[in-house]
Structure formats: C-alpha cells, structure tokens
Ligand binder design. Structure first.
Ligand SMILES: N[C@@H](Cc1ccc(O)cc1)C(=O)O
Length: 513
C-alpha cells in the first residue's frame, strides 16, 4: 500500500529539491502541477509563440530543420508535423538494462520540472500528461545505455516521448504492457507531439539528473551509517577515543569533518580526555575516519547545489523565450555539472567503501584486533578450530571494495566526438551517474558486511566483560540484535547481509537525525 506524504510535490515555478524527487521516486508523495491561470498562460504562450513564428518566418531549428548536424537541412511545412515522430523513432535504439521503477519516476519528475520553466515551447497538455504518468505510475520502459549526456539524454528520453505518443512499452501495475493499451485502459488519448515537443522532451539531462538525485540521497545515508559503524568499531577494537577530540578538530576545521568527529564523540559519549587502552595512535582507518568521511560530508553541499541547479534548469535547446519573442540557440543539454558531481561521488563513495573494508580487515585479524577471536568467531573452545566466522565475509568485502575502486575512473574524460562531429565534446554524465549508483550498491554491501562484523565485535567485547555501551551504540546494538543474532557456530550469512542491505536502502535506522 502506498502511503503518501501529506504535502504533494508541486511542479511549476518553485524550485524542487533532491528530496522532492526522491519522495516521488519512492511514491511517497503525489505530483501536482501548479494550477493557477497565470502559470498555465505562461506555458501556453511559449507554444503559441512558436506557432506564430512558424506562420511568420518558418525557419526554427529542430522544428523546420533537421536535428544536430542536420540543422542545415530545411524541412518543408507539410513535413513539420511528422518530424517529432521521426525524432523519437530513430532514437529508439537504447540498449542495456531497463531503468527500475524509482529511477524512471525520478526521470519523469526531472523532465517535467525542466519543462515547467516555460521556455521549451510545449503545450500545457504535455505537462499535464507527464504529471498524470507520475500520478498513475505509468512508467515508460527506458533502456539505460546509449546517451553521451550532452545532446541531452536523447536516446533514453526518446522512450518517454514515445510512451506519451502511445508507442513502445510501459510498466503499469507491475506488468510490461504496450503504451497504447494502457492509454486506452485509462481513457487517455495519446499525444500527437507538436513540432518542438519531442525535442523538448529529449534534449536535456533528465536521466542523469534523476539518477543523481537518487545517488546523492544514498550517499548521504552511507555517510551517516559509516560514521556509526566507525564508532562501533572504536568500541570493538578498543581504539583511542582521543582521535575524535573536539579541540583536535577545532584546529583543522573543515565543517563536515568536524561534524563526523562530533558524531563519533556523541556515539562514544566522550566528554573528557580518556587514556588509550592499547595503542597511543590507532591505525588510520580508525584515527583518520573523520578525515576520510569528512571529504564526503564537506562535498555533499556542493554536489547538492550542482544537482539542484540542473534539476531546476531549462536544460533544452533551443530556448523559446516568448516574453522577449526570441529563439535562443545554445547548448543547455550539456550535462557537465552532473558528470562532475557523479564522477566525484564515485570517488568519495569508493573511499568510504575502502575505509570500512580496512576497518573490517582490522576486526577479523587477531594480530590487530586487541584480543578478539580470530575472524570474530563466537564459537566455544571445543569447536573453535573448525569455525571461521566472518572470514569469507571479509573476503567478499575486499572484492566489493575493489570493484567500487575500479569504478572510480571518471566517465567525463572519455568524451568522444560523435554525430558527424556536431556533438564533438560531450559530458558522459549519464554513464557517471550509472557508475555512481553501482559504486553505491557496492559500498552499501561493504557497509552491511562491516556493520554485522562490528556488531559481532561489540557483542564479543560485552561477552568479555567490557563496560556498558554508551546509549546511542547500545540502542543500535539492541536494534541489530533483533535481526542479526551473534555468529557462534558458522552459518551462511548471505540472507542476513541481504536483509541488512534492504534496511540500509530503506534508511531504516535513524542515524543522528
Ligand atoms: N541536441 C541537439 C539536437 C539533436 C537531436 C537529435 C539528434 O539525433 C542529434 C541532435 C541540439 O540541440 O543541437
């Protein structure tokens, strides 16, 4: 059953946030189109202005000309109506996996918001139909590969244009059906796209930006979870709490880094200097955790700014300015900011995976874990020799980390000249966004493994008679205990890892909120 937030997300003149897009993607909020007459009139003026131009002078890029490199080719008026159909048809060559339902909703929302600027020359009816797609959860099947991210996400977005025209396939109520059939069932007339409309739907960055909203949100939760895991590991490894001292961070005051250190202090309930139990200086994966996580914490604001500016922009070409009665030709389909944001996020997330993997490596190794059993096995002495506890989980985490790190190669540096050298510099932002989501998937797996191991480490410490846990960690330990019992005799942990992953993806634990 869907439970909606009380406030709908309003598409129109007000900016949207990443959280709005995520709420729509998860069907936690309804989509509304701003319904005041002034807004609708402004949108309509763009389409009307295009029509007058067509009557008056005839020559408008993408309306009475071919596309891209073919812009020198004139299209006679009697063929103008057929051109949009050709545009989404010849771009029907996407390959790869299909975007999943949340990603598809994020794409629809992102494109709708861009068109709400009123400078794309589309009719109000088109905006209304996009809003209805979101509201009725009619989801075009969009193959995720085939965009260079600079002529806009042309090929994947052609699947949105086609579905609005009643062509190709959609996911509706859990079934893949023909778009035409679903239109008929809902009593909708498929749109006959007007001269600029297919281009306006396709000539922008909605795929990469929609994916970026989802990626940003996952990264933000990963940051909080990695902070909590670090605190658990300080307890499990009996690390030196001084590494998180407030005074220490005041003299290197990156705000995000300070916040991570403060959260670890809060988790460890440190309010006065404490003497180290073992080493004066712990290994870097503990001692420098605020510094590693701090880079992500300090970058999130900038990444949000890039993503939200793009989300709320008219990423289209040409721009139809009905107020000034001008058609402005430019390159607003270029996704360089999202490409940079997502390439950066891959790097940041890869580093978080690596940090947690190193903490896990310390935990399982009895040479470094300050008295915990080998591989964190809870087995009694009589069966200790046949038990291997978290050994394979740690090997798995090494594999997931390696893959996340391999994925840090920036996509944006692989610009290729394409489309007869018209698109001779492109962003590859959609590849970067897809990579970022894959990196997050891997980093979340590493986090799940490290969380279960950290929790086991804490349990073992309590068995050894350690002093009571500070309140935030005690609460987390108790919450985890309900789903993840201690590993005493060896057992396959895949089911629990998957459960833990689903908890992470549902943002199950309220961390520092
Ligand atoms: N993005 C191009 C338009 C375009 C559309 C489809 C193409 O296949 C190629 C180019 C522009 O606005 O200039």
């Amino acid at each position: 059953m869907t439970t909606y937030q009380p406030e709908p997300v309003i598409f129109g003149e007000r900016p949207l946030t990443i959280e709005h897009v995520v709420a729509l993607a998860q069907r936690q909020a309804r989509a509304h189109l701003q319904d005041d007459a002034a807004f609708r009139a402004r949108i309509a003026r763009g389409a009307q202005f295009l029509d007058t131009l067509l009557d008056r002078e005839g020559g408008i890029y993408g309306v009475t000309t071919g596309y891209g490199d073919s812009c020198e080719r004139g299209v006679p008026l009697e063929q103008v109506e057929a051109l949009p159909h050709h545009l989404f048809t010849f771009h029907g060559c996407g390959l790869g996996r299909l975007l999943d339902a949340p990603a598809t909703r994020a794409v629809l929302a992102t494109r709708l918001q861009s068109l709400c600027h009123g400078v794309s020359g589309v009719r109000v009816e088109l905006l209304e139909r996009l809003q209805q797609f979101l509201d009725h959860d009619v989801l075009p099947l969009i193959p995720e590969e085939g965009s260079v991210g600079a002529s806009g996400d042309l090929t994947p977005l052609s699947y949105v244009a086609a579905a609005l025209a009643g062509e190709r396939e959609v996911l509706y109520r859990g079934e893949q059906r023909s778009a035409a059939e679903v239109h008929a069932e809902l009593g909708w007339q498929p749109l006959t796209l007007r001269p600029k409309e297919a281009l306006a739907l396709m000539n922008g960055t909605a795929v990469m930006t929609g994916l970026a909203c989802l990626a940003w949100t996952r990264a933000e939760y990963l940051l909080r979870l990695a902070t909590r895991i670090t605190a658990l590991n300080v307890v499990a490894l009996e690390g030196n709490p001084e590494h998180f001292d407030e005074r220490l961070f005041q003299v290197k005051p990156h705000p995000g880094q300070m916040q991570v250190a403060a959260r670890i202090r809060e988790d460890l309930a440190i309010d006065a200097p404490t003497a180290p139990l073992h080493r004066l200086q712990d290994r870097y994966s503990l001692r420098c955790a605020p510094h590693v996580l701090g880079v992500l914490a300090d970058s999130l604001g900038l990444l949000r700014q890039f993503i939200e500016t793009e989300l709320n922009s008219a990423n289209d070409n040409p721009i139809i300015d009905a107020e000034a009665e001008r058609v402005l030709h430019g390159g607003h389909f270029y996704g360089g900011h999202i490409a940079f944001a997502m390439d950066s996020l891959k790097n940041l997330v890869g580093n978080v995976a690596d940090l947690l993997d190193r903490q896990l490596a310390l935990l399982v190794d009895s040479r470094y874990n300050h008295g915990l059993p080998s591989n964190l096995s809870g087995a009694p002495a009589a069966t200790a020799m046949i038990n291997h506890g978290f050994k394979a989980v740690q090997i798995g985490a090494s594999a997931w980390t390696a893959e996340a790190l391999k994925n840090t190669m920036p996509a944006s540096v692989f610009s290729r000249s394409t489309e007869c050298h018209n698109q001779d510099k492109v962003s590859m932002g959609t590849i970067a966004a897809r990579d970022a989501l894959r990196s997050l998937e891997l980093a979340e797996q590493v986090a799940a493994a490290t969380l279960l191991a950290a929790n086991q480490g804490v349990w073992l410490r309590l068995q050894q008679g350690a002093r009571a846990l500070p309140a935030p960690l005690l609460q987390m330990h108790a919450q985890l205990a309900a789903d993840f019992p201690p590993v005493i005799e060896d057992r396959a942990l895949d089911g629990e890892l998957r459960l833990c992953l689903s908890r992470i993806r549902a943002r199950h634990w309220r961390l520092y909120a």
